[in-house]
Design a protein around this ligand. Structure first.
Ligand code: HEM
Ligand SMILES: *[C@@H]1O[C@H](CO)[C@@H](O)[C@H](O)[C@H]1NC(C)=O
Ligand SMILES: *[C@@H]1O[C@H](CO)[C@@H](O)[C@H](O)[C@H]1NC(C)=O
Ligand SMILES: CC(=O)N[C@H]1CO[C@H](CO)[C@@H](O)[C@@H]1O
Length: 471
């Protein structure tokens, strides 16, 4: 799609860069259950349409479809994160196991940091409305509160450290795409020059270096379970890191890399939620009531959050409607015989394969009235299913993935951080916002337009809303 000859291939790649959404939509509607390919700079991207094929892509083993190579290509990870980072991604295991197990225990700290971050950002007086630039503000809340768990106090509140981490996360996506514009043989030369890694690591080591050194020293002196060992992600990483990965600079890179996976994704999700709250404000009161009731019954606990079904549903609906780029789940075919779909379609060795992300979430085969934003779509379904003792009840929670719901991907590489920060952090932030502030749109009824950069779609980075103390 978007190209039919050699020269138009390059014109096509340029078109995809500028009109990605329209082109992928065309592919989706012209190829029911098919596979199509779109021209990118220097290569094709194959895209699998339809839930059946998406499920097959999600289930493929790593030695057939590689997540590391696919995602690594988008980020140009060899240059932007260094060659070891993706190839030995042991930190995914730490996130999936220890970090996830510690959610309930960490919740009071996360909540404390969220409250403090909002207080610092919003010097509100009386009943005055203040303009609130959403994305740049929530990014600071997210970075601070996730670093409370990653590296603890006082570093999580150090603005210079947070700036290094936020800047690296922002730069990596842009520089990765920039490096991709060069032909592969030039990348080993251009890559290191354009990569933000050196600068970020230098800035990060200023703070993380001494912290890591002191923990390594304690461990050398007192053994693995030294007294007063902090219970944070850095400690858990140290438990899993081996060999060269125990070097302070390698550990610092893991902490920064985890920040990259966590910060922008979570901030964009929260920004979308806030735009949806101000665009569809009738949802606010029912969610406030729910949050108040749950906190009254359980305090600020994991149990309270688990019972906030309306908030859970609203965030999931926000992700469904505007939370996925046109294509998602980047994979590279690494099996010599290619990747073979169950109908015999072969995607050849070495090619890049994605699935149509946004459009399965807007397909009337998968959702009733998919173009309608219905914040309580999933909580209503949940009530109905609970009533009917239907097993489907577990498939529509915020953290449930499916071939028709891809904001966190699907299958074995589905985001390992979603239990930790999506279910816990995002819900805490939304509940805190609703309980303590009034918000309204800058332009009533208008959702600030998304931004597109190539195939990446993000909520509007400069749009504002209005906020005041809850009256
Ligand atoms: C709302 C917030 C988030 C969203 C929307 C999100 C989304 C995603 C998506 C789409 C993927 C790729 C899945 C695939 O290709 O199949 C992914 C992977 C990943 N995410 Fe998240 N993420 C979020 C938060 C986080 C957080 C907070 C962390 C860390 C604590 C994290 C760590 C990771 C890691 C390490 C991977 C790689 C997974 C693997 O290789 O198996 N994410 N995420
Ligand atoms: C961090 O970045 C923010 C926003 O860009 C800026 O206002 C602040 O001065 C920076 N702080 C430090 C210590 O670099
Ligand atoms: C969000 O998605 C809906 C449904 O496709 C679309 O109409 C709307 O324009 C999107 N919002 C933005 C801000 O792009
Ligand atoms: C299975 C599936 O969802 N396939 C879809 C591919 O695209 C067309 C056009 O939008 C849909 O009608 C199909 O349902």
């Amino acid at each position: 799609i978007g190209s039919n000859g050699f020269f138009s291939y390059y014109a096509g790649a340029y078109q995809v860069f500028n009109h990605a959404g329209d082109i992928v939509r065309k592919g989706y509607s012209e190829n029911p259950d098919g596979v199509y390919r779109i021209p990118r700079f220097w290569r094709w991207s194959y895209v699998a349409n339809g839930t059946k094929r998406i499920a097959e892509v999600a289930a493929a083993p790593d030695d057939v479809l590689s997540f590391e190579e696919g995602a690594g290509d988008i980020l140009q990870a060899d240059y932007t994160l260094g060659p070891n980072f993706m190839r030995n991604s042991y930190h995914h295991h730490t996130i999936r196991t220890t970090l996830t197990r510690n959610i309930a225990r960490c919740l009071p700290e996360i909540q404390d940091e969220i409250v403090a971050s909002f207080n610092d950002l919003l010097p509100l007086e009386n009943s005055d409305w203040m303009a609130f630039k959403v994305l740049p503000s929530v990014i600071r809340v997210v970075a601070r509160s996730s670093n409370r768990v990653f590296v603890g106090l006082p570093l999580c509140e150090n603005q210079e450290f947070l700036n290094v981490s936020i800047a690296y996360a922002g730069a990596i996506l842009k520089r990765g795409q920039l490096i991709s514009l060069f032909p592969p043989f030039l990348r080993p030369i251009i890559g290191p020059l354009v990569s933000p890694k050196r600068k970020a690591l230098k800035g990060g080591m200023k703070f993380l270096g001494p912290l890591i050194e002191s923990r390594l020293a304690k461990e050398a002196e007192f053994g693995h379970d030294w007294p007063d060992k902090p219970n944070d992600f850095l400690s858990w990483l140290l438990e899993d890191a081996e060999g060269a990965e125990r070097e302070p600079s390698a550990l610092a890179l893991r902490v920064l890399g985890t920040n990259i996976a966590a910060t922008h994704t979570t901030s964009m999700a929260l920004t979308n939620v806030i735009f949806d709250l101000t665009t569809y404000p009738s949802h606010i009161e029912p969610m406030r009531k729910e949050a108040e009731e749950m906190i009254r019954n359980n305090g600020w606990t994991k149990a309270a959050l688990n019972n906030m079904h309306k908030i859970d549903s609203f965030i999931r609906e926000s992700q469904r409607v505007n939370g996925s780029s046109p294509i998602s789940m980047a994979r590279k075919v690494v099996a010599k015989e290619g990747f073979v779909f169950s109908d015999g379609t072969v995607i050849p060795y070495g090619s890049f394969l994605n699935v149509s992300g946004r459009f399965v979430q807007h397909d009337s085969a998968n959702y009733d009235h998919p173009e309608v934003f219905d914040g309580f779509r999933f909580s209503c379904l949940r009530e109905k299913q609970a009533h009917e003792h239907d097993e489907g009840i577990f498939r529509r929670h915020l953290i449930s993935t499916g071939p028709d719901h891809l904001p966190f991907g699907h299958g074995k590489h589905a985001c390992p951080g979603r239990r930790f920060f999506a279910a816990t952090g995002l819900k805490t932030m939304v509940a805190h916002l609703l309980l303590n502030y009034d918000i309204k749109a800058d332009d009533e009824g208008v959702r600030p337009p998304d931004h597109s950069f190539g195939l990446v779609r993000t909520p509007n980075p400069t749009a504002k809303i209005w906020i005041r103390k809850r009256q």
